[in-house]
Design a protein around this ligand. Sequence first.
Ligand SMILES: Cc1ncc(COP(=O)(O)O)c(C=O)c1O
Length: 436
Amino acid sequence: MQNSDLFAKCFKFTTVHEIIAAGVYPYFKKTESGQGPEIIVEGEKKIVICSNNYLGLASHPKVKEASVEAVRKYGTSCTGSRFLNGTIDLHEKVEKKFAKFVGKEAAVLFTTGHHANLGAITSLVGKNEIVITDKLDHASIIDGCHLALGEMVRFRHNDMADLERQLQKYEHTPKLIVVDGVFSMEGDIANLPEIVKLARRYEARIMVDEAHSLGVLGETGRGTGEHFGLQHEVDIVMATASKSLASIGGFIASREEVVHYIKHLSRSLIFTASLPPACVAAIDASLDIIEKDKELIAKLWHNTKKMKEGFEAIGFNTRTSQSPIIPLTVGEDMKAFKMWRMLYDEGVFASPVVSPAVPEGQAIIRTSYMASHTDEQLDFVLDKFEKVGKQLGIIPGGTRKIKPTVQEKKWKFSFTSMKMNSSLKSWFKNLWNSNK
Ligand SMILES: Cc1ncc(COP(=O)(O)O)c(C=O)c1O
């Protein structure tokens, strides 16, 4: 008989407790310091290589000062929606600045990037209309598609023949193609030149999520469009402020009429409070710094190149990475958790990513770099990866057979016998696929 208590499933959800007890739980770790390349976690210094603070601006003195100034002038909150009482002059100032930055007529600022994707997709893709997404698009895009009244169609990751097949099927239906500029797990870049060709052939509109490409791709950091010299071919630029822009918030930039429409039909803009002044001011200051300081992007790419070449030289598979996001293939899911823990104990803070976020048996350690990492910090990281990678038999030169280490016994856990149990798998599956 079905348990009638709605909470029954919560009481039975012990999966995460088992991983915590085993000592390999990598999530919700609390940092006790600012957002630099070195952070303090559990009282110890770690070099962080899983941050999205690509240009290191989250701790830039000018950005911090701008935030503090905004609090002095406007207070801590706008206490309402953009639609009603929650718009201040700073919101409109950064909207104009962002639109100009990405070469569009207008922009609207949402409270997060997640809200921006929900708002744009749900307001644009109505009944009898289609949204076409890459299978590796970010969860916030997928959530927007699930909420939209139109139908979602997916194509295989960066597979242009598959995209064309989908476009052919819906030739006479209004459609929007939505892709990540840089894919958040694999670190590869959307094939924008082909997408543009196909979109024009089949009369589709293009939206590019520049979360991981703004401040990163293109000579001046304007993103995927600039990278390919196709800025004017992208119909809608979406970007989050939570990465290179050292704040929080989400932009949608496009033609004046399109932004006006989205602004007046987005439930995720209208029915939530607006971005607080301190966050808006941080975006404003970050955009100014990116415009002026070209060295930051050059330094980010210096670090990216050093790490990609460094990992490959010691035998890691960096997959299809073309950006500061460098995933390293580890193998089985549990091996990724183990490697995460071993790196953590060595003073390196990275992220394990397991199936279904990546194909079964191809779990990764996802790493990402900042302009503010020093060569010494990056050499330290490479040394630790070499050591741990060899111990786990992921790269040549180590013991292929994984024996439980003294440390592992302390974690009350044997990876040699441990398989990813089914409840753990279903937790990840539901999270990743948003229960659909
Ligand atoms: C590709 C992509 N799009 C959108 C988002 C959502 O942005 P935000 O953190 O501002 O909600 C993220 C954040 O992780 C992302 O990686």
